[in-house]
Every structure is written in structure tokens, then in C-alpha cells.
Design a protein around this ligand. Structure first.
Ligand code: NDP
Length: 281
């Protein structure tokens, strides 16, 4: 028998705490605020931005949207970010990715003040994460750790295998799991004998971007499986990187898609915004 990790439930619990802490800050005259920048007309980005604004409203955090035209230049975007870096109403700044091709994404992310970098993508915050003193951990990995803790799933001493080494998921997840005393292995597209390695995992994280990539043969009996993948199928439905139906019976805990890791990402963004607001005062 396995337990399906309910990301919505964990998310609600964390958001309730965030709402309380926001109210407490407001009673002291501190107004947490999140600036969300969206460039262009990507429909998926629009959905994400709307969800972020809604989540802010629900928890009492102020949100400010800056919608910029598809043909915005890197300089124009950086100029807005510099204004927001100096805006007292803004505790956190987020630039919705991907940005249109003409924009230099790296320069844009580096322009956000590390103290307002609630996505945790600035090199200063990556460095802090690396040295074990993260101020803002990237939201998706931070959400996974929060879920493990909510379900009292032990991390210390466990072997965590992560498939994927992106800067926003795989690598920061490795750092967070190390900080929580797991033994960590990071796999990627050049890894030899992947199933042999994944079969050793007590905690297996799939962040590949390929539907049903993780099959039952790749999973140890009793493993905890966290599925980061969000793949849109031809029928319009979302599918994770794990073949849920084939794998679930082998696991002790597993996240579904949707309703697993996804809901936690925005929740940790709110948490980081609150941290930014508390720290600046
Ligand atoms: P990237 O495409 O940046 O990274 C994918 C990683 O998977 C790379 O490190 C790549 O290896 C590795 N990989 C690809 N093919 C294989 C293979 N055959 N064997 C082993 N490793 C492989 O993706 P992201 O990390 O940004 O995202 C991963 C998934 O998570 C996506 O589906 C994305 O939509 C989803 N996602 C979900 C979020 C949420 O809130 N739930 C947030 C962010 C992402 P290499 O480095 O060698 O190329």
C-alpha cells in the first residue's frame, strides 16, 4: 500500500501559515509585495502569472503585475527591474520565464537584486544555497523538501537519486537534500546504466521533462518517488515524468501529476516573498 502525496493539502497548510504571518507583518506596518513581470503573450506564462497573483491575494500579499510587449528589449526589461529593485512596496521580483528570444535571460536574472530574488535564480543566491546558507531556495525543490517534511518522511542518511541537473530543479534539489543530510546522486542524459542507479534510491526525484520516463523497473520497492515533470499530452491532459500507474504499487509514497509537486511551487514563492519582506525590515 502506498500513500499518494497530496500537494494541494500540503500547500493549503503552508499557505494558511503564510496568511497568518502576512497578517502579523501587516499589523506591524510591513506590507509584503510581489512584482511579477510578464513579457509577451505566451498563454502558459499568462496562466502561471494569474495563478501567482491569485495566490498572493489569498494570503494577503500585495501583487503588482508588469506586462511588457513581445518586442521588449533586454535594456527595457533591466530598466524596469532596476526601478523595482528600489521600490519600497516591492519585497520580491519575479520575471516569468521563458522570455522572448531577443532577451538575454541571464542578464535579466542577474539584474534582480539578490535580496528580492524570490525565485532564487541569482548567482548570489545559488552560491548561498551551495554553501548551505540559502536565503531563497528555488521554489520547486524547496516545495519538495517541504512535502517530505509534512509527511514525516526521513531524509537524513537516505540515498536520494535525482534525474535531471537543471539550474532550477535538479541542481538546487541536490543542494537542499545534501543540506538535509541525504546522500545524493545526480543523473542526466549522459549517465550510464541509469536504471541501476535509480534502483538504489530511497528517494527518487524525476525532473526530466519526458512523459512516463520512470518505469517500474527503475524503482526500488518501498521508495519515495517525487515527480516534477509537467508534460502536456496530445489529449490536453498533463502527465508526469513517472509512469504513475506502473510505479505506484512499488512505492511507499508518490506524488501524482497534477496535484503533487506543482501546487507547492507557487506556495514556496509566497514563502520567499514573506522572507524578503521580513528581512528588509
Ligand atoms: P530541463 O530540460 O532543463 O532539464 C532536464 C534534465 O533531464 C536535464 O538535466 C537532462 O540532462 C535530463 N535528461 C534528459 N533526458 C534524459 C535521459 N534520457 N536520461 C537521464 N536524464 C535525462 O528541465 P527542467 O529541470 O526545467 O524541468 C524538468 C521537468 O519538470 C519538465 O517537465 C518541467 O516542465 C517540469 N517542471 C515542473 C515544475 C513544477 O512546478 N512542478 C517547475 C519546473 C519544471 P542533460 O543535462 O544531460 O541534458
Amino acid at each position: 500500500m502506498y500513500t499518494k502525496i497530496d500537494g494541494k493539502q500540503v500547500s493549503q497548510a503552508v499557505r494558511a501559515r503564510i496568511a497568518e504571518e502576512t497578517a502579523s507583518l501587516k499589523s506591524k506596518g510591513i506590507e509584503p509585495g510581489l512584482a511579477v513581470i510578464i513579457v509577451g503573450n505566451d498563454p502558459a506564462s499568462r496562466v502561471y502569472v494569474n495563478n501567482k497573483k491569485k495566490a498572493c491575494e489569498q494570503t494577503g500579499i500585495n501583487s503588482f503585475e508588469y506586462a511588457m510587449a513581445e518586442d521588449t528589449s533586454t535594456e527595457e526589461l533591466i530598466s524596469l527591474i532596476e526601478k523595482l529593485n528600489n521600490d519600497k512596496r516591492v519585497s520580491g521580483i519575479l520575471c516569468q520565464l521563458p522570455v522572448p528570444k531577443q532577451i538575454d535571460e541571464e542578464r535579466v536574472l542577474n539584474a534582480i537584486s539578490p535580496d528580492k530574488d524570490v525565485d532564487g535564480f541569482h548567482p548570489v543566491n545559488c552560491g548561498r544555497l551551495m554553501t548551505g546558507c540559502a536565503k531563497f531556495a528555488p521554489c520547486t525543490p524547496a516545495g519538495m523538501v517541504e512535502m517530505l517534511k509534512y509527511y514525516n518522511i526521513p531524509i537524513a542518511g537516505k540515498h536520494c537519486v535525482i534525474i535531471g541537473r537543471s539550474n532550477i530543479v535538479g541542481k538546487p534539489m541536490a543542494m537542499l537534500m545534501l543540506a538535509n543530510n541525504a546522500t545524493v546522486t545526480v543523473c542526466h542524459s549522459k549517465t550510464d546504466n541509469l536504471p541501476e542507479i535509480t534502483k538504489q534510491a530511497d528517494i527518487l526525484v524525476a525532473a526530466v521533462g519526458k512523459p512516463k520516463f520512470v518505469t517500474a523497473e527503475m524503482v526500488k520497492d518501498g521508495a519515495v518517488v517525487l515527480d516534477v515533470g509537467i508534460n502536456r499530452m496530445e489529449n490536453g491532459k498533463l502527465c508526469g515524468d513517472v509512469d504513475f500507474d506502473a510505479v505506484c504499487e512499488k512505492t511507499s509514497y508518490i506524488t501524482p501529476v497534477p496535484g503533487g509537486v506543482g501546487p507547492m511551487t507557487i506556495t514556496m514563492l509566497l514563502q520567499n516573498t514573506l522572507t524578503a519582506a521580513s528581512d528588509e525590515n
